[in-house]
Write a protein that binds this ligand. Sequence first.
Ligand code: AMP
Ligand code: MG
Length: 425
Amino acid sequence: MTPSPERSPLMSLDEALRLLGEGARAAAITDTETLSTFDALGRVLAAEVRSGLDVPPQDNTAMDGYAVRVADVQAEGTVLPVSQRIPAGTVGQPLQPGTAARIFTGAQIPAGADAVVMQERCEAVAGGAGDLGSVRVNLLPTPGLSIRRRGEDVRSGAVVLERGQRLSPQALGLAASVGAATVQVLRRPRVALFSTGDELVMPDEVPPERMPPGAIYNSNRFTLRGLLQSAGCEVTDLGIVADRLDATRQALRTAAEGHDLILTCGGVSVGDEDHVKPAVQAEGRLALWQLAIKPGKPLAFGAVNRAGGGEALFVGLPGNPVSAFITFMVAVRPVLQALQGLPATLPRAMQARAGFDWLRPDKRREFLRVRFDEASGALVLFSNQGSGVLTSTVWADGLVDNPPGQAIAKGDTVAFLPMQALVGT
Ligand code: AMP
Ligand code: MG
């Protein structure tokens, strides 16, 4: 007798991530494009960025003040004639011995000067050779005082950003600071998305007062499309596919062309009557897993053949809105990362204090919808953790990643995954 799917053993998320990562790495994106650094936010570098110059390019002043020769200031209160004025962006003359230069933050240190005394420690006084007057220096400078040294941030030729690194706003700034006008990046992952289920209707097609019995809105289409877009994907939205084998197979064939990944929701639950499983089996290959996570559990992973050879990866998510949302974050996001050569892992969890009791834990690893409460400095739990309760996903600002069978008592330290780290690139 073949074992029924109900009895198939649960697979740990770690094991699933290993297999998903393996599958996605084998299909990793290698196409690259050169983009203006201006337009490269969120993209993954396909080549390192090296500096074409020293940063800063010259010794310059960290303060508004007076550039001096340390040898000329042997006592506090020394008065020196001011021989020149050097605003940022201009280059002064070599500093004549026995004089000071008025200088402004960022300006290049004139040759001969070896310290800058901040203006708060100086007094302008009348007299001196020219019309710039003199300055009384009210501290004893040490060599290098308030000077930013040439190359102290970056040396010419140094790698400032590594291949495989995702470009954050500050990474774009760093690239620009070393003169990188363009960057070489991977093309975005291309993902085809469709929902299955004849009960699904769209809000712009059926208003609430005309909702037919048994129908529900296709909320997952919005959630998953948004998650894919937030993850930096190019999304082809194929809408709702009818619960028929031929329609599902046709949708899969269309989706396989020109896409790295086909993502569907619905119809992967145990005992489901829907056609996703046989359709993927007919058009490619499929493994159906029962993940030991809650919410979540069913997950389909496979590939769909392309007419001209090659294949697109396939991931089928459960239809329950919270399950689809969470399974995306813990399983699909890692697939997208691996497709771009990054590790197929969850974001790093933070240690946080539970402000609630969770006394009947599940045997599966649970992802609880929680919110950080500023007043108590602890996490609070959304009251209804049901897998259909979409309000919990908007209320929450993170998930507690709770190990199988682990009870939580108020005050315990738990692993907190901030939503911002789970949603996005
Ligand atoms: P399924 O995974 O197809 O068995 O669906 C499980 C539950 O999720 C059912 O209550 C479905 O009506 C619901 N569901 C399936 N697909 C969607 C969707 N795209 N948007 C919202 N709910 C859905
Ligand atoms: Mg269904």
